[in-house]
Ligand binder design. Structure first.
Ligand SMILES: [Zn+2]
Length: 99
């Protein structure tokens, strides 16, 4: 299956924002050098990069021999390992013409 799309990971984003928020609370409590070092450390962390979309999104949809729509959607973050999967079959709606 080929990669369909890439998306930003909300889990990684949240983790990253929490770290920055915690750091902000340290402002004034640690030396400016320490603060800057920690800030850089967080921004340079490999597991999150605002520019980087770490969630691989694959999906397929097809009509099976019973006339049902079958689909499969899979998203997985290659950084934190979060995984979303959905697979289902849907029967067709048939509108009969009564005229
Ligand atoms: Zn993630």
């Amino acid at each position: 299956m080929s990669a369909y799309d890439w998306k930003e990971c909300p889990m990684c984003k949240k983790k990253h924002e929490t770290k920055l928020r915690k750091l902000k609370k340290l402002y004034g409590k640690i030396t400016p050098e320490e603060y800057e070092d920690k800030r850089k450390e967080i921004l340079e962390e490999k597991d999150y990069d605002e520019e980087e979309q770490t969630v691989r999104h694959d999906q397929e949809a097809w009509l099976n021999d019973n006339g049902e729509l079958e689909f499969y959607i899979s998203m997985g973050c290659q950084s934190c390992g979060a995984q979303w999967d959905a697979k289902d079959k849907i029967k067709p709606k048939i509108y009969e013409d009564d005229e």
